[in-house]
Design a protein around this ligand. Structure first.
Ligand code: NAP
Length: 558
């Protein structure tokens, strides 16, 4: 089953990326007896948590849930300090995982993968790096992350600015001192919502350029109560299992049950009470007060108006408050979780510039021009997000059977089977790819489910002496229709979100993730139980492929 890298070593799998997904993929495949090399573009492991070092960066899923569940000793020994972990703490956790499972020896850092070409004669991939290295392996797993390809918008004059510019997703490791500076922040998504309150405390002046107002609910972050930690650790198996069955891969620790009655059927006082209870609890569970918040525009408006009332009560200047009140459906763009975001606009050194009508006109050598006004600044922070879900994949030239590239296959938007396989690209597996619940969930829950499914699949192929697997084009078409059908029941397609690719000019507008983790996991399990139904196994066996080589490979990994 094995192929060779440049040094003549047998490799079964090349994994691209060493974040949460790549690290566990390496560990899981190694444990199953496969030879693996992980190629990572960064100079360190950690993926998202390596790159996103902007001020205030932390996870908005509780740390006790946003952590691996695959090893009981690991989850018992690691001590999270806060309800929501900071970026440095999560990175330290991943470093600990890498050390603990001796992962570093199979990870090659500073290695940007530029291309991968499938050879139908040998049923193997040749992976090329920016430095010109080539590795050959039977399988490739793309653990490239959903939010890793930074979007720095092509605003006229962007490169003419004479001061420093930063993107939140490519933050300098040494940090940035904004003391005494006039700072522009462009964007008001999750990254900006976390960074703005902290930058505002440091900067002389902060000007926030807002294209779309955002909904943010309070985090109510706090140090973790040791009693809670002990209690959760005692029932961790149950917590992990419940999260894998849940719609969004988290929530097992919540003290609030998902609401069962429509927002339109409960009385006004009860509605207010339920929403207030969730507001006081904090976090993404806010959207769980009613079952129809993301299904019915009228129910959604009830929840949205509750948040707008909160914004109006927090922000003192009524004009600024009104600008900060979002108009779109709540939850349609990803909900933000904040600490003091709206309050920051009460500070005398913070200004909000509404660019909803005409965007930013230009970046000049000394600032940002919007609505005909030049805003002079010393520093620009782009909190402008990512080419989500597809960007990190399509920038690698994956060339599959018959010269078909991933970019060709996805010219009308991403098409996958289960979010894992792509027709025409054999032996390539995506982790949390488009068409899977992925970004609508606790990423760690979804990553673990995919890693384990892929490991089982490769073990099955090895046991059967198979060397090639690919998504059946018919199964892909059905899956794409299934994802669109489910998304179409929801309010998700109603706004210009990155879930739809709407933040990237020219990107096909397709709702990319699949709502609902629990039912999806059951589908993946059924596919595996039915002999990987919907995948073609050795369907295009090349006439010249010697079975002996296959058998030899199988020995090498057994
Ligand atoms: P984002 O949600 O895509 O936000 C980007 C912001 O930049 C939006 O306000 C967007 O406006 C604005 N923008 C983009 N292009 C622009 C342009 N040309 N001119 C002016 N404004 C522009 O990106 P993000 O904040 O980095 O977050 C991305 C995702 O990462 C989140 O949704 C979340 O899933 C994840 N994340 C999670 C956490 C957490 O766990 N706490 C923290 C950060 C990020 P429009 O809305 O009008 O497009």
């Amino acid at each position: 089953m094995g192929s060779q890298d440049q040094g003549g070593n047998e490799l079964d799998v090349v994994v691209i990326g060493a974040g949460f997904a790549g690290l566990y993929m390496l560990h899981s495949l190694r444990k199953a007896g496969f030879t693996v090399r992980v190629l990572e573009a960064g100079s360190g492991i950690g993926g998202t948590w390596y790159w996103n070092r902007y001020p205030g960066a932390r996870c908005d899923v509780q740390s006790l849930e946003y952590s691996y569940g695959f090893d009981e000793d690991l989850e018992q020994e690691w001590e999270w300090t806060e309800k929501y972990a900071t970026q440095p703490e999560i990175l330290a956790y991943l470093e600990h995982v890498a050390e603990r499972f001796d992962l570093h020896r199979d990870i090659q850092l500073d290695t940007l993968v530029t291309a991968a070409t499938f050879d139908e004669g040998t049923n193997s991939w040749t992976v090329e790096t920016e430095a010109g290295d080539r590795l050959t392996s039977r399988f490739v797993v793309a653990a490239t992350g959903c939010l890793s390809s930074a979007n720095v918008p092509d605003i006229p004059g962007r490169d003419s600015f004479e001061g420093p510019t930063y993107h939140t997703g490519r933050w300098p490791h040494e940090g940035v001192d904004f003391t005494g500076q006039r700072v522009a922040v462009i964007g008001t998504g999750s990254s900006a919502v976390q960074a703005i309150p902290i930058i505002a405390e440091q900067a002389a002046e902060l000007t926030v350029f807002q294209r779309t107002a955002t909904y943010a609910v309070p985090a109510h972050n706090e140090p973790l109560d040791p009693e809670l930690v002990t209690e959760v650790k005692a029932r961790y198996r149950e917590v992990r299992a419940a999260n894998r069955l849940a719609m969004a891969g988290f929530g097992a620790l919540s003290t609030l049950q998902p609401g069962g009655t429509s927002a339109l059927e409960v009385g006004e006082d009860e509605r207010e009470r339920l929403l207030e209870e969730r507001w006081q609890t904090g976090g993404l569970g806010f959207l769980g007060a009613f079952p129809d918040t993301l299904l019915s525009p009228e129910a959604n408006e009830v929840v949205a108006e509750f948040v707008r009332a909160k914004i109006r009560s927090i922000v003192k200047d009524p004009d600024v408050a009104e600008l900060l009140c979002p108009k779109q459906v709540i939850g349609c763009k990803r909900l933000c979780v904040d600490t003091g975001y709206y309050e920051t606009f009460n500070r005398p050194n913070v200004r909000l510039v509404d660019i909803s009508t005409s965007g930013i006109e230009a970046i000049t050598p000394t600032g940002v021009r919007a609505n005909g006004t030049d805003h002079e600044v010393d520093v620009i922070v782009f909190a402008t997000g990512f080419d989500a879900m597809t960007g990190a994949l399509t920038r690698i030239r994956f060339e599959g059977a018959g010269g078909r590239t991933l970019a060709d296959a996805w010219s009308e938007g991403p098409k996958t089977y289960l979010g894992i396989g792509v027709a025409g690209l054999p032996n390539l597996f995506l982790i949390t790819g488009p068409g899977s619940p992925s970004v609508l969930t606790n990423m760690v829950t979804s990553i673990e489910q995919h890693v384990e499914w892929i490991t089982d699949c490769l073990t099955y192929l090895r046991a059967g002496g198979h060397e090639r697997i690919e998504a059946d084009p018919a199964a892909v078409e059905q899956w794409v229709a299934h994802v669109n059908g489910i998304a179409g029941f929801t309010l998700f397609p109603t706004c210009n979100s990155w879930y739809l690719g709407a933040n990237i000019p020219g990107k096909p507008r397709v709702f990319m993730p699949l709502p609902g983790l629990g039912p999806y996991v059951a589908q993946c399990d059924a596919v595996a139980a039915n002999g990987y139904e919907g995948f073609l196994i050795d369907a295009h066996r090349h006439a010249g492929t010697p079975l002996a080589a296959e058998a030899k490979g199988a020995e090498a990994v057994s």
